[in-house]
Design a protein around this ligand. Structure first.
Ligand code: PLP
Length: 390
């Protein structure tokens, strides 16, 4: 059978392969500490789960509008007003089965042979995979350790040409934890004025996870580019709801109807009880989010301090998300074999930087969505392993 060429180019997310290997080892009785997968280790707050149970009991088990239940779209608009001080028409909000779906849709909408799509390197692997799938040319935007893993407007803007259809930005970022400061975002936005036809996908899925008084600046808050920003956000990370598969996008005027049609073609609507859970998350108490972020902040201090005590390792304090992107380039190991050996020999799951792009070589991503005691244990195993390995 002959499939379209895109399927020979599509990639995947190695974090899932690491998770399945870690699970396999665990089933064999090995003591595994998983610092690989990017999901909060907290339970979904109880009132959110209860809202889904109530929705089932109340009979919300049928299709909903393809764009999502109106109350949820309004709640998203209200939440964006509170957090970013932007007025959004709820009619531009699309409820989707997970934040990832928005990048799938946006890249599908703009990618085709002969055009460029810019994406962060190191960055979430699905960006490049989907760009390749469409036949568009992936153009990496370097994200550097010496810039605190923030985007540099000076390095990004010269990459844009007449061929560029879409630029993907992500702050706070996976895998680096980098947060791009306001000054750099303003310089980027100013530069984008010269390319009025260029669409911007702003992946802000970690928008609530910033530390040390850092600020998350939403691309939606700049009126000059509002009519071409696609905002990706959702519930997965903020409310510990990765398995619920619930996310949202804000699409600009000319695109929301295209996005809606794609949704109708692909999934009809997101599962109704999950949408009611999402509504409870946005309209209910926010202190579970605050507590989770406080806990991440404390673990972040522990993991960064400990990584920097290990000979030949170093790690910048990540400004956001829940990943430490440690520099392992002085250990004598390449990053991927080191990550693989760590799992097989010490039971610590982590992800090699090259799984996130060419500039990921020399780094390993440790997710600190795990208990402090597990983090300490894992880093001791790492230190012992490096002490006895070449
Ligand atoms: N964007 C980034 C940068 C991510 O790291 C992730 C998940 O790891 C997603 C999007 C996808 O989120 P979701 O689980 O809601 O699909």
């Amino acid at each position: 059978m002959k499939t379209i060429p895109g399927f020979d180019r599509i990639g995947e997310e190695n974090a899932f392969a690491v998770l399945s290997r870690a699970t396999e080892l665990q089933q064999q009785g090995r003591d595994i500490i998983n610092l690989g997968i990017g999901q909060p280790d907290f339970r979904t707050p109880e009132h959110i789960s209860e809202a889904a149970i109530k929705a089932i009991r109340d009979g919300h088990h049928g299709y909903t509008p393809a764009t999502g239940i109106p109350a949820l779209r309004e709640a998203v608009a209200a939440d964006l007003k509170t957090r970013h001080d932007v007025e959004i028409n709820p009619g531009h909000v699309l409820i989707v089965p997970g934040g990832k779906v928005t990048m799938f849709m946006a890249i599908l909408m703009f990618g085709e042979p002969g055009v460029d799509i810019l994406y962060p390197d190191p960055g979430f692997p699905i960006y490049r995979s989907m760009i390749e799938f469409t036949g568009a040319t992936p153009v990496p935007i370097p994200v550097r350790e010496e810039n605190g893993f923030a985007f540099s407007a000076d390095e990004t803007l010269p990459l844009i040409s007449d061929r560029t259809r879409l630029i993907i930005l992500n702050s706070p970022a996976n895998p680096t934890g980098g947060v791009t400061p306001r000054s750099e975002i303003e310089a980027l936005v100013d530069g984008l004025d010269r390319f009025p036809d260029l669409a911007v996908l702003s992946d802000e899925i970690y928008s609530q996870m910033v530390y040390d008084g850092q600020e998350h600046v939403s691309l939606l808050s700049f009126p000059s580019i509002r009519d071409r920003v696609i905002l990706l956000d959702g519930w997965s990370k903020t409310y510990a709801m990765t398995g619920w598969r619930l996310g949202y996008a804000v699409w600009p005027d000319g695109l929301i109807d295209k996005a809606r049609k794609l949704a109708v073609n692909a999934w009809s609507c997101v599962n109704a009880p999950a949408q009611y859970a999402g509504l409870a998350a946005l309209t209910g108490p926010q202190d579970p989010v605050d507590r989770m972020v406080e806990e991440f902040a404390s673990r972040r201090s522990v993991i960064v301090e400990r990584l920097n005590q290990i000979p030949n390792l170093s790690c910048r304090a990540p400004a956001g998300a829940f990943y430490a992107f440690a520099n392992v380039s002085r250990t004598g190991w390449k990053a991927k074999p080191l990550a693989a050996a760590l799992l097989e020999e010490t039971g610590v799951a982590a992800i090699g930087g090259p799984d996130f792009g060419i500039l990921g070589e020399g780094f390993i991503r440790f997710s600190y969505a795990n208990s402090t005691s597990n983090i300490i244990d894992a880093l001791q195993r790492l230190e012992d392993f490096l002490g006895r390995s070449p």
